[in-house]
Design a protein around this ligand. Structure first.
Ligand code: GLU
Length: 459
């Protein structure tokens, strides 16, 4: 039985990278019957974890439809579990107390960086004699303080199998002994994650490849505790078009913002499904169920994917078309209740006509706001508009086909060129320079309103 997890740290908002990780874990869990997708909040970094980030991440996941089967578990509520695993590591001599001051560590780091070496702990406290250790512990405790605890890495090469990257090797000495419990007693993510993945019987970990160095360290903890590591699959990071790490500047937008801009969750999922996963052609990208059935670790790609807003917009267009005009009428009414009072048939016809141009709901609302509010129009008024009003006064039926005929015939009669006629007409009716086909606009506005807008004060 597959058990996966999404384990966000509530230190910021959910961005597309995190959302894709959540999606893939969700899909993989549901690719087989009885799979379980679990949500765990990695919140042991007290200084940086905020409840509002947690709330936001959970709300985003729900909005995306990525419902979890278990959780949310919070690491901050599971501290005794980590404590007992730390005891085990202590008994085995796999961890040791470190008394190094912040100042010493900062100097060490600076020196290493200056020499062009990656910063890592030099193991000073690892070799203290038992007696020295006891003495220092005593000394510290008298001051009411505790040491931090470091994991004693073996001096051999770390090798593990990754389902996307193949065999991954970290040469001996490339990592320093790392902290598992801070001096304030809080366990560190690297360690808590191992304990939880074991206790929660996680079978597969799918996450971004920026975690590869963490995996190397976590493999060592699994081994020290005699636990079997879940299968790991590290997906390549999502890069900007300039092939840089996504940042605020290069387009890492929080999911919240996409929601506010009017993207549909189905569009985001369909888009994210294509980032480093070769989703089979025949899959319905708008169905999480279909995506899950098609999902397999085998089709994950090791090469980075590029974030492309045009692609996202493509999926948005497809998703809104699929949603259909009638549902979009309802959606519009949630943004402005006045849309609910309009004739749904002509509103739907307008929506269908402009959807490709305005696939985001707020854009659609703005493009159709002329239905709700009469534009100023005075400057656009032309002398021929009075005659047009007369031509329309008795028109029956008031249908877009008939309107189309009348408009074209009128333009010809008046000897007006297309732009001389349509542009002022559109301006006076809608206040905009572009938008839906004019016969549709007239039909939706209705005779009375069209005459009023054409004649202005002359009415
Ligand atoms: N809390 C970690 C993060 O958000 C989780 C990584 C993981 O183990 O999947 O980066």
């Amino acid at each position: 039985m597959i058990r996966t997890r999404f384990a966000p740290s509530p230190t910021g908002e959910l961005h597309i990278g995190g959302a894709r990780t959540a999606l893939f874990n969700y899909l993989f869990a549901h690719s087989k019957p009885e799979g379980c997708f679990l949500l765990r909040v990695d919140d042991t970094d007290r200084a940086r974890s905020l409840p509002e980030f947690e709330r936001g991440i959970l709300a985003d996941l729900k909005w995306l439809g990525l419902d979890w089967d278990e959780g949310p578990y919070r690491q901050s509520e599971r501290l005794p579990l980590y404590e007992s695993s730390l005891c085990k590591l202590r008994e085995k001599g796999a961890v040791y107390p470190c008394f190094c001051s912040e100042e010493r560590l900062a100097c060490l780091r600076d020196d290493q960086l200056r020499r062009g070496e990656p910063p890592r702990y030099d193991g000073l406290c690892r070799d203290l004699s038992e007696a020295e250790r006891e003495r220092r512990l005593q000394e510290l405790r008298e001051e009411g303080r505790e040491p931090c605890w470091r994991f004693a890495l073996s001096s051999s090469t770390t090798v593990f199998k990754d389902r996307v990257k193949g065999e991954v090797t970290f040469p001996a000495g490339s990592m320093g002994d790392f902290v598992v419990v801070r001096s304030d007693g809080m366990p560190v993510y690297l360690f808590t994650s191992v304990v939880d993945d074991h206790m929660m019987e996680i079978t597969h970990i799918i996450r971004g490849d920026e975690h590869l160095p963490n995996t190397a360290r976590q493999q060592a903890i699994f081994e020290a505790l005699n636990w079997v590591s879940p299968v790991v699959a590290h997906i390549p990071m999502i890069l900007s078009k300039a092939r840089q790490k996504l940042s605020k500047r290069t387009g890492s937008t929080p999911i919240r913002e996409y929601r506010e801009r009017g993207y549909l969750p189905k569009a985001l999922n369909a888009y994210l499904a294509g980032l480093s996963w070769a989703c089979p052609e025949e899959t319905d990208r708008f169905s999480l169920k279909d995506l899950a059935e098609a999902f397999s670790l085998k089709n994950l790609s090791a090469s980075p994917s590029i974030h492309d807003e045009t692609q996202l917009l493509y999926w948005q267009k497809e998703a809104t078309k699929r949603r259909g005009g009638l549902r979009l009428c309802e959606d519009l009414a949630t943004l402005d209740p006045r849309f609910a009072a309009l004739n749904p048939t002509s509103l739907k016809a307008l929506i269908d006509d402009v959807l490709d141009e305005y696939p985001l709901l707020p854009q659609l609302r703005d493009a159709l706001a002329f239905l709700l509010t009469r534009p100023e129009g005075a400057q656009e008024r032309r002398a021929w508009m009075e005659d047009l009003a007369s031509a329309l006064r008795e028109l029956a039926p008031w249908s877009q086909e008939r309107l189309n005929d009348v408009l074209r015939a009128f333009m010809k009669d008046q000897g007006l060129k297309g732009r001389e006629f349509f542009h002022p007409l559109r301006r006076v009716l809608t206040g905009c320079d572009k938008g839906a086909a004019l016969p549709l606009v007239l039909e939706a506005l209705g005779r009375e309103e069209v005459l009023a807008r054409l004649l202005g004060d002359m009415l």
